[in-house]
Design a protein around this ligand. Structure first.
Ligand code: ZN
Length: 398
């Protein structure tokens, strides 16, 4: 039931304005369901007819939109040194956006307080016409217990471990907040970037920056796993590796020790380069530095050693690389493609594309917007009465 309403709202949100026949085609719902659900949504003030007619197969159809003032959502992308936020309408139009330098090591209150005050200040300045803040989604650069909305055990991030982020943000914003790993947000954002005319249902988003992580879209949905750790590839061991370096997790031969931005900094410093961040390594690559290109290509091979097994098992149609190193494309992609196409099974790689992110630095904020909208749909569907009572008690899924 609730999923039908949300499917319709998602379609209107993605297209900004749409007709009933288009809603039926894109949501997969039968015409009769579309007609009755749309009527209920209009009665509750969640959708309006614009009166703007367009021709569909010789018949005129009325467009449906979200009404003005239905509200906005807040998407926040927290990085180690920088935070970005964006306020969007239900039709995903940007109302305001900004960012500020931060130090994630200072803890939840010190980092989120300034972000919240900047964003709420911008919302107040946007005027009453945009409507209330309906929901917020927060992307965190580390492991998150999605169900509880708690950051779990990040190294060197005192003041975050087990902080009740949804409650904290809810008190500040007066709106429900969902917290997820930033790589999951990136995967969600990139999934909607239409990698094929009909979209793709199975996609891996590999974030390669200071650390390495992977977001998994399986059968068209974000897959988090039983404990929310699906895609945590940074501490998987690379077969055949023999490094003497110890990983931050205490282990050896983790992918991160071999191939992360931190590892690349270490390798380049050993060769006499004065670099200290993954972003600086990316700058060297952009300038065409041969030494930097070499170590990044090798990192791509180590990544491919691990990812080729995942590809054989999972059979994605697209692997998207993002993050400060991954978004560069070549040379990481050269190493990654070489090993994945060389080692993956023929059946799993024959249609596989390995490509750099289309959204780049925007991927996480785009994904966070989509997650926040899912919460916002729940908020507005609570206004909708059904014969069996309100829908508010229903369970939503992302
Ligand atoms: Zn490790």
């Amino acid at each position: 039931m609730r999923s039908e309403y949300k499917a319709l709202l998602r379609t209107v949100s993605a297209t900004a304005s749409t007709t009933r026949p288009q809603l039926g085609a894109q949501s997969g719902l039968p015409r009769s369901s579309v007609a009755s659900r749309v009527k209920e949504l209009m009665d509750a003030g969640v959708l309006v007819e614009t009166g703007q007619a367009e021709s569909t197969g010789g018949r005129r159809a009325t467009s449906l939109e979200f009404p003005e003032g239905i509200g906005v959502v807040l998407a926040v992308d927290l990085g180690s040194t920088h935070a970005r936020w964006r306020l969007c309408t239900f039709a995903q139009e940007v109302v305001a956006e900004d960012g500020l330098p931060t130090d994630i090591g200072r803890g939840a209150t010190a980092v989120l307080g300034p972000v919240v005050s900047q964003a709420t200040g911008a919302l107040a300045g946007a005027g009453p016409g945009v409507g209330p803040l309906r929901a917020c989604a927060l992307g965190f650069p580390g492991p998150v217990d999605f169900r509880e909305g708690r950051v779990s055990g990040p190294p060197n991030m005192a003041g975050w471990d087990n902080a009740p982020l949804p409650q904290l943000m809810g008190e500040w914003l007066g709106a429900p907040t969902v917290v997820d790993n930033d790589v999951n947000m990136m995967a969600l954002g990139e999934h909607r970037a239409k990698w094929a005319p009909e979209g793709v249902d199975n996609l891996l988003f590999v974030k390669h920056g200071t650390g390495i992580g992977c977001g998994v879209i399986a059968d068209g949905r974000l897959y988090r796993g039983a404990d929310g750790t699906a895609g945590e590839i940074g501490h998987m061991h690379v077969a055949g590796a023999t490094t003497t370096e110890q990983c931050s997790c205490g282990g050896h031969n983790c992918l991160e020790v071999l191939a992360s931005g931190r590892a690349l900094v270490r390798q380049l410093r050993a060769r006499g380069y004065e670099v200290s961040t993954a972003a600086e390594v990316a700058q060297l690559v952009l300038r065409g530095d041969i030494g930097a290109m070499d170590v990044v290509r090798d990192a791509g091979r180590a990544l491919g050693d691990l990812v080729s097994g995942i590809v054989s098992f999972f059979n994605p149609s697209v692997i998207v690389t993002g993050g400060s190193i991954g978004a560069l494309g070549t040379p990481l992609l050269a190493g990654l493609r070489e090993t994945v196409y060389g080692q993956g099974t023929m059946f799993s790689t024959r249609h596989l594309r390995i490509v750099p992110s289309r959204l780049g630095a925007d991927a996480a904020v785009r994904g966070a917007t989509l997650l926040a909208l899912e919460l916002a749909y729940d908020a507005v569907l609570a206004q909708l009465k059904t014969p069996g009572g309100t829908l508010a008690a229903g369970k939503g899924k992302t």
